[in-house]
Design a protein around this ligand. Structure first.
Ligand SMILES: *Cc1c(COP(=O)(O)O)cnc(C)c1O
Length: 393
């Protein structure tokens, strides 16, 4: 099919839930993707921060192929080898002791919210409220739109799930003021992704950890966007000098197959007893086999070091562009999760970049979001910077 045919077919039959650019991608390799008409693009969005290892990474393709020849799905009433192996890898690579596997980011946050409530009820003091940050993003299910600190995701879906309170981000006093006798947990992103790539200093998170300890609250990090190497370490919290009690993952964990995970310390995780939570597809054999492969690549192939080096290169190039183009107000981020704040809406620039063969994203209206694969090369970074320079001119 041509791009036009695919677009017409999709627009005819799919729910119109997305503001899509007229781009139909059919193939990818590394940082490069191709549309149905054969035009090539640099994917500096990693297909929504999912393709952290680039497209069609050989280890991922091999894992899918090998698992497809064995078994695709095992019931959660039985045991599944790749599921156990992935849980082991996630525990060994993090603060956590136990893992609940699911199929998306929102589901991982649902598991974290359910865990927090069950933990509160288990303590017998009636605490169930979760504090989240304004401008956060935690997903699109009924509980996660209530957790998300943005009114716009809730409009039209009332009544909103109860048990959430919001406080300013990067402000410990604001969180402290939001604490009530019913508060059980604080859920925040180490870097706000959809919120405009806002990355508070480690001090904030240390003070937040301290506050949570003093009030016996669970500290829960949504690392769905920041995890899996995106900020230069396997998980962003490693750079903050504190560990959470609960962490959620998705996006890059599956390199393109749908998977989510909720990780927790033992003392918290053990309240999720038999029958208390579940998912038919959670811990699916195929997606977990891919997750194991992703973890192995991140552990062994210098991807994190490349992320740090290419993040510095991209940041330096963007800072140079900021000196040249008045339209750029600020450049910020961690690793390869980078935001370029503009003095005007970013959508027209995203469109012009696409026409010039560069896929980027705009979030929070005025922030260009650059999230290339962590395997991106120096030449590709320079190519993207040249396109941006031209488009900004
Ligand atoms: C993408 C994202 C989610 C939601 O993940 P889905 O897989 O779309 O449900 C939640 N939190 C953060 C920080 C995200 O970036």
């Amino acid at each position: 099919m041509t791009s036009d045919e695919i677009i017409a077919l999709a627009d005819r039959y799919l729910c119109p839930t997305y503001a899509r650019a007229p781009l139909a991608l059919v193939r990818g390799a590394g940082t490069r993707v191709w549309d149905a008409d054969g035009k090539a693009y640099l994917d500096f969005f990693s297909s929504t921060v999912v393709a952290n290892l680039g497209h069609q990474h050989p280890a991922v393709v091999r894992a899918i192929e090998a698992q497809a020849h064995k078994i695709l799905h095992v019931s959660n009433l039985h045991y599944c080898e790749p599921q156990a192996q992935l849980a082991e890898k996630l525990v060994q690579g993090s603060f956590a002791d136990r893992v609940f596997l699911c199929n998306s980011g929102a589901e991982a946050n649902e598991a974290a919210i359910k865990l927090a409530r069950k933990y509160g009820h288990a303590q017998g003091d009636g605490r169930y409220e979760v504090i989240t940050a304004f401008n956060s993003f935690h997903g699109r299910t009924l509980a996660t739109i209530a957790a998300t600190g943005q009114e716009k995701v809730r409009v039209g879906f009332e009544p909103v799930q109860q048990g959430f309170r919001y406080a300013a981000y990067d402000n410990v006093d604001a969180i402290e003021q939001a604490i009530t006798a019913r508060t059980i947990a604080v859920l925040v992103e180490p870097v706000q992704g959809e919120g405009g790539i806002v990355a508070p200093a480690p001090d904030y998170f240390r003070a937040l950890r301290d506050l949570c300890d003093r009030h016996a609250l669970l500290l829960m990090f949504d690392e769905i966007q920041t995890g899996m190497g995106r900020t230069g370490t396997l998980f962003a919290y490693e750079q903050l000098g504190v560990a959470p009690d609960v962490m959620t993952l998705a996006k890059g964990l599956g390199a393109g197959v749908p998977i989510g995970a909720m990780l927790a310390a033992e003392s918290v995780a053990n309240v999720l007893d038999k029958g208390s939570h579940g998912s038919t597809f959670g811990g699916n054999a195929l997606t977990c086999a891919v997750g194991v492969a992703v973890m192995e690549v991140l552990e062994n192939e210098g991807v994190l070091a490349n992320c740090v080096a290419m993040g510095e290169r991209l940041m330096a190039g963007l800072t140079a562009l900021a000196g040249k183009h008045r339209m750029i107000k600020a450049v910020r981020g961690r690793g390869l999760l980078i935001g370029v704040e503009l003095t005007q809406p970013g959508a027209p620039l995203v469109e012009r970049c696409q026409a010039a063969g560069l896929i980027i994203n705009c979030t929070a209206n005025t922030v260009l979001r650059l999230t290339p694969p962590l395997t991106v090369s120096a030449a590709e970074v320079d190519e993207a910077l040249a396109v941006l320079d031209k488009v900004l001119t």
